[in-house]
Write a protein that binds this ligand. Structure first.
Ligand SMILES: Cc1cc2nc3c(=O)[nH]c(=O)nc-3n(C[C@H](O)[C@H](O)[C@H](O)COP(=O)(O)OP(=O)(O)OC[C@H]3O[C@@H](n4cnc5c(N)ncnc54)[C@H](O)[C@@H]3O)c2cc1C
Length: 337
């Protein structure tokens, strides 16, 4: 196990925040995880588990140990009449996995094309896009408890997946290193083209027969045309979650704002956080080097050498103004460290 000290994290977080890690350790297999957890020096240090860094806001230098998870490998464990079961190392790039599945005819995650980051972080917030969430294809994951070094598996129920949420973002936050994820992918595709602009894009692509390959390409085209590329403009995608309010609150809101953007949710009505932020006049606004994207009020961006704290303070201001105007408290989707 190689331990590095005072390592820059600038290239390891999609906001491009210039923060550093006091200690930096990379683990690429179970033995290295075991060596790490049995190292007494790290037992009392603050810990940050790092994947691709695309859902993180580093407010300050990290005065502890950053554990970069690099487990690789995509293995077809078994197949039955309907499904392929794929075990994937936590350090594999998510989009690379989607491309592997599309090329091999494993259906189910094509709508999740081009989401940045690594496979090990996907269960953290039950990643989702274009009508599909990780939980729709999730079979199980393997993880090691940091303090005891104990290995265990988590079933879908134990992960407690919800909208952009799981047990790993709550009571088990920072307690387990996820080392692999097993997905259950379909042999016959249930194509999901109803969400967002997929149908429109497929038409524009002039595709004869729609399949997982064309859906993946449509999602890639839409995302490339809509979302800022973190390599060009530092950002972490949607900064806030879409809040869910009760039916009653929704009717009240709609009576005042007939154009409110909303979606049905299991437990009420989901309101587009971007719409709320836009209504408060934030779209395109900057405070110093931190700003709200001019086309996407939900995307906060690093317009220069913004510090993590500048971006955090901007997010506080947005939270306050949405709370004041709508009495709705936004929740950050991005993990603030
Ligand atoms: C342009 C852009 C678009 C995006 N679009 C979407 C989208 O459509 N849908 C969506 O859901 N998300 C989206 N995201 C957010 C992000 O891509 C996902 O949340 C992704 O899963 C983060 O992966 P990561 O490896 O970069 O995680 P990191 O940012 O490295 O980590 C995120 C969290 O997971 C923890 N973590 C990471 N790896 C492990 C592990 N192996 N074990 C335990 N904990 C771990 C970290 O400690 C941290 O709390 C977008 C981000 C960007 C920049």
């Amino acid at each position: 196990m190689r331990v590095q000290e005072n390592v820059s994290l600038k290239r390891l977080n999609s906001f491009g925040i210039d923060a550093s890690a006091r200690y930096f350790v990379e683990v690429a297999d179970q033995e290295e995880v075991a060596a790490f957890v049995s190292e007494p020096h790290f037992a009392d240090q603050p810990l940050l588990i790092l994947g691709g860094g695309s859902n993180l806001l580093l407010r300050h230098n990290f005065e502890g140990v950053v554990l970069k998870v690099g487990f690789s490998g995509i293995e077809l464990l078994l197949e039955d009449n309907d499904h392929y079961y794929l075990e994937v190392g936590a350090g594999e790039n998510w989009h690379g996995l989607v491309m592997h599945c599309v090329a091999n005819g494993y259906a189910g995650i094509e709508n999740l094309s081009l989401i940045p980051g690594n496979v090990g972080a996907a269960p953290m917030q039950n990643i989702g896009a274009y009508g599909v969430e990780l939980q729709d294809v999730f079979e199980k994951l393997e993880a090691t408890e940091i303090r005891s070094g104990e290995y265990r598996e988590f079933s879908i129920d134990e992960c407690q997946f919800r909208y952009r949420d799981s047990v790993f973002k709550n009571e088990l936050q920072g307690k387990y290193v996820i080392t692999s994820v097993t997905l259950r992918l379909s042999k016959s595709a249930q194509l999901n083209t109803s969400y967002g602009a997929i149908e429109e894009e497929l038409e524009a692509m002039n595709i004869g027969e729609v399949d997982i390959n064309s859906i993946s390409q449509a999602v890639i085209n839409i995302r490339n045309s809509k979302l800022p590329d973190p390599d060009v403009l530092g950002n972490a995608g949607s900064f806030f979650k879409n809040p869910i309010i009760s039916e009653e609150e929704f009717l009240q809101l709609r009576s005042e704002y007939s154009d409110v953007v909303s979606y049905p949710a299991d437990t009420g009505v989901k309101i587009a956080a971007g719409w709320l932020i836009d209504q408060c006049g934030w779209k395109g606004k900057r405070i110093g080097n931190a700003g709200v994207h001019e086309n996407h009020a939900l995307v906060l961006a690093n317009y220069g050498n913004a510090t993590g704290d500048e971006i955090y303070k901007l997010s506080e201001e947005i939270l306050n103004s949405v709370r004041t105007k709508f009495k709705i408290t936004l929740e950050r989707e991005v993990n603030v460290v």
